[in-house]
Every structure is written in C-alpha cells, then in structure tokens.
Design a protein around this ligand. Structure first.
Ligand SMILES: [Zn+2]
Ligand SMILES: [Zn+2]
Length: 265
C-alpha cells in the first residue's frame, strides 16, 4: 500500500472568517464530508473528486455537494469515461439529500442532470460495518464505516494507512459502539469531535455531541495512548475547549485539529 495523504479542508463547527466546516480530502479523489472547506479547493482540484463519503445529513457536512456538482459539471462532462461523482452515505442520509436538498426547490436534482442517463451525481448507500474500497493497485484505499450516535442517522470513518487506522468520529455523543468497533485495532490518529465547551454540556447532550467532560469518558475507553485531534468546536471556542479537555484528560496527546493540516504516514 502506498501512503495515503489526508488533508483537513475544514474542521470547525460553523463558519466565520478562517473557519470552515468539516471536510477532509483523501489523496486527491475522495472527499470525506463536504462542508464549506471544500470551497477553498481550486476548481481543477474539485474536478478530480470522484467519491464523496458523507457522515450524516446535517448542512455543515453536506452543503458543498450541490455547489461542487454545479462547479465541476462542465469539466466533468468533458471526460465522460469518469462517470458520475459517487456520493456514499447511509440510506437514511441519501433519502434526506433526495427529499430536502436535491428536490428542485432548494437545489436542482443533480442526480438526473444533465440527463437521467448521464447524471453528474450518483447516490450509493453503505451500512455501518462496511469496508469501502477506492482506487486500485498500490493506490487502493480501504475505508471502514464506523458507528456514531447523533440526532440523525450518522457514522464515522476509518482510513487504513501503513501506520494504522486514521479514525474520524463524525458528529457523535457518547458512543460505546465506536470503542467496540476499534477494539484491537492500531490507531494512527483519532479525530474526534468536541462541539461544545463544558458550560454548554447540557446542549451537547441534547444535540448528540461531545463536550470536554463527556469526551474524557469516551477517551478513557481507548486502548493505550494515541494522538487525539479535536474537531468541530464553534469558531472562537477552540482554545477554551482544548484547555478544558487538557485539564481533565492527561493520558492522551490532545491537539486542536487545524485547517490545512496534512496527515502523511
Ligand atoms: Zn451533525
Ligand atoms: Zn456537524
């Protein structure tokens, strides 16, 4: 296996100057979540994306899909051998995208544009526990679909690397199924959300997110010490959230995830 490259395009819980919502680029053709970070890619980089993995239907993770489809359609249709961009998600997530986004009201139905026979987007369901495969030969990538516990059906992802699994929790509250799924696996990096500070722990609990004190209870279930990267705090709250985590959890190396960071293995 050649070494994958994972670039953080966005890791904020919302937007402000310099803050972009969740998106990761695996090598140059697989997008993991499609938040506003995608909008910082050059047009030709956007046009290289063949697959989009979506953790759940919330706007901060999907809103670049319809705009990306619009941006790259002309370039993409000039290369008909590449076929449609495949959007992979849980069936419930794909249903939500069909019903509420690609419905001809909020946005045109790019799953049948420019024609139903040759659309720019194709929706492909997966299930938690599946292992997806992208590319071929030494460039082949394996991505495992992990469980998540959020207010809507949701998942996380683990990308296989020579150094172990690069794990992304997705949006989640307390998630015992995740730790069961990771049991015995070598983890190279854990990207886990902490959407709120402990002053808003009640809101985190209500909205299927983690706060520093609930994150600490999750990390206590990890085997050994792994590099932990915090994603999804709101703009302006990153430093406070990370300081609260470090005050509770001294067993792990905890860093805020940073837009632009590139993981190489
Ligand atoms: Zn969410
Ligand atoms: Zn989110």
């Amino acid at each position: 296996m050649s070494s994958p490259r994972l670039q953080v395009l966005g890791c904020s819980g919302s937007i402000a100057a310099g803050s972009r919502t969740t998106a990761f680029l695996l090598d140059d053709s697989v997008l993991i979540d499609a938040g506003t970070g995608v909008g910082d890619l050059a047009l030709d980089a956007m046009a290289r994306i063949d697959d989009i993995l979506v953790s759940h239907s919330h706007l901060d993770h999907v809103l670049a899909i319809p705009l990306l489809a619009d941006s790259v359609m002309k370039l993409r249709l000039a290369q008909p051998h590449r076929g449609p961009i495949r959007v992979h998600a849980l069936p419930e997530t794909l249903d939500a995208l069909r019903a509420h986004l690609f419905n001809g009201l909020l946005w045109p139905d790019f799953t049948s544009i420019p024609s139903p026979a040759r659309p720019i987007l194709k929706l492909e369901p997966f299930a938690v526990g599946d292992t997806l495969s992208f590319g071929a030969g030494p460039q082949q990538r394996r991505v495992k679909v992990l469980p998540a516990a959020h207010t809507v059906p949701a998942c996380g992802f683990a990308v296989e690397t020579p150094a172990g699994w690069w794990v992304y929790s997705g949006d989640t509250g307390a998630n015992p199924a995740l730790w069961a799924a990771l049991k015995g696996k070598r983890i190279a990096h854990l990207i886990i959300e902490t959407a709120f500070g402990d002053d808003e722990r009640w809101l985190a609990d209500l909205s299927g997110h983690l706060a520093p004190s609930s994150l600490a209870a999750e990390l206590a279930q990890l085997d050994g010490s792994v590099p932990v990267h915090i994603t999804h705090p709101k703009p302006g709250e990153v430093a406070a959230v990370v300081a609260q985590i470090r005050a509770i959890d001294t067993a792990h190396r905890v860093e805020p995830l940073v837009k632009g960071l590139v993981f190489e293995f």
